[in-house]
Design a protein around this ligand. Structure first.
Ligand code: MTE
Length: 392
């Protein structure tokens, strides 16, 4: 059952009396029915499907089970007959390809564990300054999965790249209603990212998630997975790959997923697309506004280091006195490139503690700042994570 969900920001308001405007108080769509696709998520919208797990569920395992993995879709899941499915590869290639699933399965299979996170994760925390548009995510629009599939670099090598090739466009098979027309979800990534030589592909065409056939919500039968980049670059229900000398003109690369103060044409024209995500993290347990006894309190959460190659979380710290002093958390679960790091801490709290605060640093110089400037679409909120609690 989806519980009626109080936004964390609203709870902070309740706890502190801080003025907060435009929060998503009771805005989640609630239902007593089990989800037909087996998700155990708090649905922010049901059509299209946009849901995130309760944070206490999220940190129970390093690999996020499919039922707990957030879904972010701009349109209903397209119905795709795998028997008729074809992936087109065209543009600045020597030989355009049309691949069915059995042709794809002749490429070498790779398994990559990578965290996917929405650029809008923690978006609601911007609302205290001014309401931001978009799905009203708390801190659960993130999950870590084992993706299995084929290296995009292998597919492009087979097609042969022309000299001017610089960007790889992805186009989904979904149909998103925008103004008078419908468009597919799409975007692009730099060719350098795709062709990086490493032990594991920097861009995967995945047909499996956590050892199962890719679920409909996550892009069945094939999706891109681009470790280190915001989730929007991992296009689901992939229909077409176009190699180009320029970034994709698709709305979701050219005009959305940008850090802008307003969505005016000049702001959008001046801002570049977001690719790599910055370090981020959250406290997952206890719950916001939990009543706890003074003394030592067990706290858990996640930190996702910056999406740069070979970057690890280095210092994860918790404060129970609003940043005056900090205590190091211990990591648990695995540590792996492009994956979140789970952590736990036991920290002293007293009756004067009203918040717990998380901050973290990583090995590429990334850190969670005290505050992040407001942006109109509410992207990349990675400021210190504050969790209100009641201590008696
Ligand atoms: N791909 C298509 N075709 N359509 C979409 O709406 N959403 C993107 C990306 N790929 C999207 C898409 C966004 S914004 C995110 S954060 C991730 O998919 C979410 O992936 P998930 O639903 O598998 O968690």
């Amino acid at each position: 059952m989806n519980p009626i969900y109080l936004s964390r920001r609203k709870l902070i308001t309740a706890a502190t009396g801080l003025a907060v405007t435009g929060t998503n108080f009771l805005s989640a769509e609630t239902s007593a029915e089990p989800d037909p696709l087996g998700k155990e998520l708090i649905f922010r919208t049901n059509d299209p499907r946009n849901g995130e797990p309760a944070l206490s569920r999220l940190v129970q395992s390093w690999i996020t089970p499919v039922k707990d993995f957030y879904v972010r879709s701009h349109a209903p899941n397209p119905e795709i007959d795998a028997g008729k499915y074809l992936l087109k590869v065209e543009g600045l290639v020597a030989k355009p390809l049309t691949l069915d699933l059995s042709a794809l399965k002749r490429f070498k299979r790779h398994k990559v564990v990578a965290t996917l996170t929405c650029a809008g994760n923690r978006r609601t925390e911007f609302n205290s300054e001014a309401k931001v548009g978009g799905v009203q995510w708390e801190a659960g629009a993130i999950g870590n999965a084992e993706w299995s599939g084929f290296a995009l670099s292998d597919v492009l090598k087979k097609a042969g790249l022309q000299d001017q090739a610089k960007h790889v466009w992805f186009e989904g098979l979904d149909k998103i209603q925008r103004k008078e027309t419908t468009i597919p979800f799409g975007g692009s990534i730099p060719l350098e990212k795709v062709m990086q030589v490493a032990d594991k592909p920097e861009a995967l065409l995945a047909d499996q998630m956590n050892g199962q056939t890719l679920p409909a919500d996550h892009g069945y039968p094939l999706r891109a997975v681009v470790p280190g980049y915001i989730g929007a670059r991992s296009v689901k229900w992939l229909g077409k790959i176009i190699v180009s000398d320029r970034p994709s003109p698709n709305h979701y690369l050219a005009n959305a997923y940008k850090i802008v103060k307003s969505t005016s044409p000049i702001d959008l024209a001046e801002a570049g697309p977001i690719y790599r995500y910055p370090i981020n993290g959250a406290i997952a347990t206890p719950e916001a506004m939990a009543s706890v006894s003074h003394g030592l309190l067990d706290v858990t959460g996640y930190v996702l280091p910056t999406g740069r190659p070979d970057t690890q979380a280095q210092r994860i710290e918790i404060s129970s006195d609003n940043g005056l002093s900090w205590q190091a958390a211990q990591t648990f679960g695995k540590t792996s490139e492009y994956c979140w790091q789970l952590w736990k801490a036991r920290i002293p709290v007293s009756t004067s503690t009203t918040f717990l605060t998380l901050r973290a640093f990583d090995s590429s110089g990334g850190f969670m700042p005290r505050r992040v400037p407001w942006n109109a679409k509410g992207y990349l909120q990675n400021s210190w994570y504050r969790l209100p609690i009641k201590v008696s």
